[in-house]
Write a protein that binds this ligand. Structure first.
Ligand SMILES: Cc1cc2nc3c(=O)[nH]c(=O)nc-3n(C[C@H](O)[C@H](O)[C@H](O)COP(=O)(O)OP(=O)(O)OC[C@H]3O[C@@H](n4cnc5c(N)ncnc54)[C@H](O)[C@@H]3O)c2cc1C
Length: 416
């Protein structure tokens, strides 16, 4: 089952790419021209797969091994498509270069070829800006979203470029699929058609700049297992500037399907959410995430940094652990230590759970000394959730202690 899940996305990408090349393979042309055209179709196939991989549907995420995995492949497929599409006109120009440099230039020039080439060039430009933004994490989220929207327009323009060149097979079916995937993402995910209505029940401060919010379902509740996250949009006039969906891990699941999320003020919207009032309407989409799912019955190391405590808290609130578990909870200062008392009480009542909680200040934690009394770490499954710096340092440290990459599982709190 795991093998099938691991292979699902590569198979999808290969099917889209090879299928399209096979369908539209040009016959009777020179090798270079054939290659130029094949590069274009391969780019189209990758873009199509990349569009499918940005859909936020729980069933799709389950098939494809989780939303985070889908996003990683979405980025990879988009970037590779861009490189291939950039090479496509260059190889076509190179084909005629030995016979006529003027013809080579005219192949690339929108001034001699008109609208089809303008559409192709504009498409490449939009793809370039959108992709560049994907890899600059410091760019504000709203600007990133705008550039990413432009990327979608770029894909459509690329296909319009082919229609203007008079190629209808297989362009029209691809255009239909691309429009469906983009529309699906916009209407079901971004406008929230796939989400369910909830209402804020209570809001409780649990540490400095962190509130825990109870959400009550107003219709069929979302199915969630401990450790998963949901996408939540707060509605109403006060949330007009940040009403988009934000990912939050569910901190507990009540018997009557109430759920709790804990929100740390990490930016404008999450700061605004700190003062949300009971009875505010929200929409909840999900649940997603496989971070703590399918854990083997071997000893485990859990490391949480700051708000990264939430998936572990959800699991412990759902019941005792089933295997020896060393749990390291790191926070900056005592006022940041959300849920510490509750965690201590849970650990006291659970023989298998050993909790170490530590205020690290602004210093990077010294994992060598923190893990010095954990014997046989190389046989542990390790689960990490916290700031990217902490996760990166710890992965390196664990690796040096003989823990293999497939024993290390981590949840990113900053995917885009
Ligand atoms: C799987 C996952 C689980 C998370 N669980 C929690 C949790 O339990 N509690 C908690 O406090 N935080 C959690 N976060 C982080 C939380 O989603 C961000 O802090 C929040 O979206 C920041 O929004 P902002 O506008 O306040 O901040 P900004 O300053 O605008 O953004 C800070 C960063 O958050 C990310 N971000 C912003 N808006 C969005 C969005 N709409 N969708 C996706 N990412 C966005 C971007 O990477 C951005 O760079 C989780 C994130 C992920 C990916």
């Amino acid at each position: 089952m795991t093998i099938l899940r691991n292979l699902s996305i590569p198979l999808l990408i290969v099917t889209c790419t090879v299928g399209l090349i096979w369908w539209a393979f040009p016959e009777g042309l020179s090798t270079a021209r054939t290659m130029g055209i094949v590069l274009g179709w391969a780019g189209c196939g990758l873009l199509l797969a990349s569009l499918l991989l940005m859909l936020r549907e729980t069933w799709l995420a389950q098939w494809l091994g989780g939303l985070e995995r889908m996003y990683q492949w979405h980025h990879w497929a988009g970037t590779t498509a861009y490189v291939l599409l950039l090479a496509h006109p260059l190889v076509l120009a190179a084909d005629v270069w030995p016979n006529s440099r003027l013809l080579a230039w005219q192949t690339l020039s929108p001034f001699s070829q008109g609208w089809p080439i303008w559409a192709g060039l504009l498409s490449l430009l939009l793809l370039m800006f959108g992709l560049a933004a994907t890899f600059i994490m410091r760019i504000p989220y709203q600007i990133w979203r705008m550039l990413h929207f432009g990327l979608g327009v770029g894909v459509l323009l690329g296909l319009v470029h082919l229609v203007l060149l008079g190629i209808s097979e297989p362009v029209l079916p691809i255009l239909g699929l691309a429009v469906s995937f983009l529309g699906w993402r916009l209407i079901r995910d971004d406008f929230g058609l796939a989400a369910r209505p909830y209402v804020v029940g209570s809001v409780k401060p649990v540490a400095e700049d962190i509130v825990e919010i109870t959400l009550k379902p107003l219709a069929d509740p979302t199915a969630i297992t401990p450790g998963q996250f949901v996408l939540v949009a707060f509605l109403g006039p006060t949330f007009r500037d940040c009403g988009e969906f934000h990912p939050f891990t569910v901190s507990s699941i009540g018997a009557n399907h109430e759920i709790c999320i804990a929100v740390k003020a990490l930016g404008d919207c999450t700061r605004h959410i700190q003062s949300v009032e009971p009875d505010t309407m929200v929409r909840v989409h999900g649940a997603f995430g496989t971070f703590l799912a399918d854990r083997p019955p071997t000893p485990q190391l859990w490391v949480a940094g700051g708000i990264g405590i939430i998936p572990f808290l959800a699991l412990l609130r759902a019941g005792p652990v089933n295997q020896p578990t060393t749990f390291l909870y790191l926070y900056r200062t005592e006022v940041d230590a959300a849920f510490l008392q509750e965690l201590r009480a849970l650990a006291n009542g659970d023989q298998q759970l050993s909790l170490k909680a530590l205020a690290t200040g602004d210093e990077a934690p010294d994992f060598n000394s923190l893990l010095s009394d954990t014997q046989g770490l190389a046989h542990y499954e390790c689960y990490l959730c916290g700031p990217p710096g902490m996760v990166a340092a710890l992965r390196k440290d664990l690796h040096n202690r003989g823990v293999t990459p497939h024993q290390i599982h981590f949840e990113k709190f900053d995917f885009r």
